[in-house]
Structures are given as structure tokens and as C-alpha cells.
Write a protein that binds this ligand. Structure first.
Ligand code: ADP
Ligand code: MG
Ligand code: ZN
Length: 501
């Protein structure tokens, strides 16, 4: 339910009177095959309560064991955000009761997080760079999910009963928390959106999560407060939870700034509380009053060993951190001499990374581009999937391009080869071999077909002989048909003219 009674101040007036302070908390679900502390699978969308065991259900006597891959991902995130990686840190129990939290505590990290003190330089819409300081990134486990049934809104309010699904309980999460972001002024909503956008791209480039905001594998909470311009002390913040699209991040921050400003000038106070975001009208409404750290009774987790990554491992992982995606895109745009518009189209079509990977696999830029934006885009549309989800890899596309270059197949047959790859028939080379799709490049085989075609069309043969070279088209067509399109049409034409010369 939205809150129609909230007074909102005009944005320009907010900016004239107040300075916003932001704090972004982003939770990212890792794409490890198994959960944080047990061997249960993590796949999204399974039947409720089919991916559970005594550990993630918190049954008495069960003991957690940490997932090494999750620690590796956490370290790589920390490194990508220019953080220091702790040489030794313990997990902590965060105690609270919640029905979707089977142990009555969450294993998290408290004062000894894996990564601390970093920053991310975010490019804003006008090209300027805004540095966001990172306070920490820490590991924790996800909760299960409650489904509130029988009400109009799907919220607990008005529901007749609730169902619980523990499949998600224990999925590895990394929470990335910024320091208070000051100095963004009027651009605070944009900075918030640009930060989450950049962070999402970085996480994607690390290949540690599928970062799907709509599926909840990337979740963002936006803390907002206002203070008088020039004030030293921050105002009281609210925390708008689970803002699940990039655009919503901007809308939610802007709404909170306008709402808080209206309250402050009316002499009302801001309560430190969580707030719900409403996608439909871009408003926020009151959630629960915020717990403080003391409420959680944090203490070191006695069932787990401390995390103590050795320095060599951290340095090895440092070498796996890719260039920031926006820097890489800028470099590629310059190298390939693409206009801003072409570049934007490639990015929006989800084709850029695939094209880059195809070029990396040895294909020329133009061929790689043309396959992905034309034929494969068409195939993706037919199947209603994204380009990335087509069952063909950039390396396979590069292989098809090589087959054309080496005249093993012509362009038309290349498309058939791609169709076979998409149908799961194997690699391009295997398909050409198995289906006998290789070009008929043997002149004597072609000559036999040409003689047959000329004999079958004596009048056309005469016309060609009398110098009407356009007439050769019909013979070339017949030969192409006879070879099931697998001949080089230009070569056939040469041979036809030679035969009639
Ligand atoms: P919590 O446990 O309440 O979620 P966290 O420390 O995890 O607290 O996150 C709080 C976030 O809000 C951090 O990003 C922090 O920098 C930011 N923050 C702290 N104080 C303020 C404030 N007064 N106004 C805006 N943001 C704040
Ligand atoms: Mg928090
Ligand atoms: Zn389990």
C-alpha cells in the first residue's frame, strides 16, 4: 500500500535547503553450485523445500562447513572494489527471530569482515567521475522466503496464512556497504543509480553472480538522510529495502529526499526505520523501526573456523580481476572505431560481450558483429531468449566464420551449420563433416554437373556460346541446386564460361 498522505517538497526546494547523505547496501547472491555452509544446490526456481538439509534447516546437532568458492568470490569482489582483504576474520552469529530464518540466527560477519576500506569510481551521465567509498564487504547466508497468501497485496498485512520455502536459506550472500556518501547534492538520486549500475557491471564481469535484480540475486537497500546545508552532523536516515531495479533506486532516493524535507520543514522528525518501495507509484511507506546492533546480540560463531586467506592466494586472485567493463568498452570503441550510437546499440542488444569474445576467439570484428547482430539476433527473437542464452558459444561462431573464410562452406551453408549448432548437433566442424556440408571445391565434380546442365539446356548453352554471358545464370543456378548449395557460385560461373568459351 502506498502512502498518499505523504507531503512531498519540490525537488528544487529540497536542494536549496538540504544536503542529502546516502548509504547503499547491496546484497549479491553468489552463483556457487552449493550453499554457504552445506552441500545443498542453489538453483533458482526449484519446487519449494526440495533443496534443504539439516544444516540449512538449522536442525540440532548439524554443523556448518564453509564453502571455499564463496570465500574466493568474496575476496575477488573485495579486490575489484579496491578493498583490503583481512588476513584473519571470524564469522558471527546475528541473532533474530524470523520465520524464514530457521536457526533463529544468521551466520554473518560483524566486526571482522573479509574486505574493508575500498572505493569505486562511478561514471555519471555527463561523463564526470564520482568516487564512492566502500566501508566493507562481508559474507553471510541468505534467508528462506515467506509467501503470504490470501490477501490482495501479497504482503503479510491482510493475508490469511503464510507459506515458507527454505530453498534459499543458506545461499551465499555478499553484502557490500558504502560509507556515507556526501557531496552529491542535487545528483544524489543519479549517484545512487550510477553506483548500483557500476557495481552490478563489476560483479557481472567477475562472473560470481547472475546479478538479476528482478530475481533477487542482486538486492539494494538505499539509506537516505538530509541535513541542513553546511551542517556537520548527519540527519536521521531511513533505509528503503529491496529496491529491485536500477531505475527504482533513483526514484526511491528522490522520493525519500522530498518526503523527509517536507517533514523537516513542518517541524516533524525522521524516524530511523526501514521503508518499503512501491514500484507502481514510486513511493515508499513505513516498514519496521530499525534494530540497533545491540539488538542482534552478535557473537563469534563457535562452529566455524576463522577465515584466514593466505597472502599468496589473495595475490593470485588479484590477477583474475578484469578491467572495469566501462573502461574496457571505451577501449574497444576506440580500437574498433565505432560511433557512440553503434556502440550503444551493441550494448543494448546484449551483443557487445559476445562479439568481443568472438573476436578474442580469432574472428575479424566485422564478421563477428554481423553474425551476432543479424542472423543470431533473428534466431534469439524466434526463440524468445536473449542472445547470451542462445545455445551457441562465441568460439563456435568464430569457428563458423573460419569455415567461410577457408571456403569450406559458403555463407548460405554457414547459416545451416549455425542452425545445427543451435539444435545441439555438435561443433561446427563436426556438423560439416557429419552432414557432408563441405563446399564442392573439386572442379572435376563441378564440371560433371555443368556438362549435365548444359546438355539439358541446349538453347541456353548456344546463347552463352554466342557471347550472351548473362544466360550463364540459369546454368549456375542449376549447378548450385545439384550441389545442394554447397558450391562456390563464383567458381561455377567461371567454369561455365570456360566450358562455353
Ligand atoms: P544497518 O545494519 O542498519 O543496515 P549498515 O551499516 O549495514 O547498517 O548500513 C548503513 C548504511 O547507511 C551504510 O551505507 C552507511 O554508510 C549509511 N549511513 C550511515 N549513517 C547514515 C546517515 N545518517 N545518512 C545516510 N546514510 C547513512
Ligand atoms: Mg545492513
Ligand atoms: Zn543444506
Amino acid at each position: 500500500m502506498s502512502a498518499p498522505s505523504d507531503d512531498l517538497m519540490d525537488y528544487a526546494d529540497v536542494i536549496a535547503r538540504f544536503e542529502p547523505v546516502l548509504g547503499m547496501e547491496v546484497h549479491v547472491e553468489l552463483n556457487t553450485a552449493t550453499k554457504m555452509f552445506c552441500g545443498c544446490p542453489t538453483e533458482f526456481g526449484a519446487e519449494p523445500n526440495t533443496q534443504v538439509c539439516p544444516v540449512c534447516l538449522g536442525l540440532p546437532g548439524s554443523l556448518p562447513v564453509v564453502n571455499e568458492k564463496a570465500i574466493e568470490s568474496a575476496i575477488r569482489i573485495g579486490l575489484a572494489l579496491n578493498c583490503s582483504i583481512t588476513p584473519w576474520g571470524r564469522f558471527a552469529r546475528k541473532n533474530y527471530f524470523y520465520p524464514d530464518q530457521p536457526k533463529n540466527y544468521q551466520i554473518s560477519q560483524y566486526d571482522e569482515p573479509i574486505a574493508t576500506e575500498g572505493h569505486l569510481d562511478v561514471v555519471l551521465d555527463d561523463g564526470s567521475v564520482f568516487r564512492v567509498e566502500i566501508e566493507r564487504a562481508h559474507m553471510e547466508e541468505d534467508t528462506g522466503k515467506s509467501l503470504h497468501v490470501g490477501g490482495a497485496t501479497g504482503r503479510i498485512h491482510g493475508a490469511s496464512h503464510s507459506l515458507l520455502d527454505y530453498n534459499r536459506a543458506g545461499v551465499p550472500l555478499i553484502e557490500i556497504v558504502t560509507k556515507p556518501i556526501t557531496g552529491s547534492g542535487e545528483r544524489a538520486p543519479e549517484v545512487a543509480r550510477a553506483y548500483v549500475t557500476a557495481l552490478r557491471q563489476v560483479l557481472q564481469s567477475l562472473e560470481i553472480s547472475d546479478v538479476k535484480m528482478e530475481q533477487g540475486s542482486l538486492r539494494c537497500d538505499a539509506n537516505v538522510s538530509l541535513m541542513d546545508i553546511g551542517a556537520k552532523e548527519f540527519g536521521t536516515r531511513t533505509e528503503t529495502k529491496n529496491v529491485n531495479s536500477l531505475k527504482s533506486v533513483e526514484i526511491a532516493v528522490r522520493f525519500e529526499m522530498r518526503r523527509q524535507a517536507a517533514r523537516l520543514v513542518a517541524g516533524k522528525t525522521i524516524v530511523q526505520e526501514t521503508r518499503h518501495f512501491h514500484e507502481a507509484d514510486g513511493s515508499t511507506s513505513q516498514g519496521r523501526v530499525k534494530e540497533t546492533a545491540e539488538d542482534y546480540r552478535y557473537f563469534p560463531e563457535p562452529d566455524l573456523e576463522p577465515v584466514a586467506p593466505d597472502a599468496d592466494w589473495v595475490e593470485r586472485l588479484r590477477t583474475t580481476i578484469p578491467e572495469y567493463p566501462w573502461l574496457r568498452r571505451g577501449r574497444i570503441q576506440a580500437d574498433w572505431e565505432l560511433s557512440d550510437e553503434v556502440m550503444r546499440d551493441l550494448v543494448n542488444a546484449g551483443a557487445l560481450d559476445l562479439i568481443i569474445a568472438t573476436v578474442d576467439a580469432g574472428a575479424p570484428v566485422n564478421e563477428a558483429r554481423s553474425w551476432w547482430v543479424a542472423y543470431l539476433t533473428e534466431k534469439a527473437k524466434e526463440r524468445e531468449v536473449s542472445l547470451e542464452d542462445l545455445p551457441i558459444t562465441p568460439a563456435q561462431v568464430a569457428e563458423v566464420i573460419k569455415l567461410v573464410e577457408s571456403k569450406t562452406v559458403n555463407n548460405k551453408v554457414a547459416k545451416q551449420v549455425v542452425d545445427f549448432v543451435l539444435a545441439g548437433a555438435g561443433s561446427p566442424a563436426e556438423i560439416v563433416e557429419a552432414k557432408g556440408l563441405g563446399m564442392v571445391s573439386d572442379d572435376s565434380a563441378l564440371q560433371t554437373e555443368i556438362e549435365k546442365a548444359l546438355a539439358a539446356n541446349p538453347d541456353i548453352a548456344d546463347r552463352i556460346r554466342s557471347g550472351k554471358v548473362q544466360a550463364a545464370g540459369k546454368i549456375v543456378g542449376d549447378v548450385m541446386k545439384a550441389t545442394r548449395g554447397q558450391a562456390d557460385a563464383a567458381r561455377v560461373r567461371e567454369l561455365v564460361l570456360a566450358a562455353c568459351g
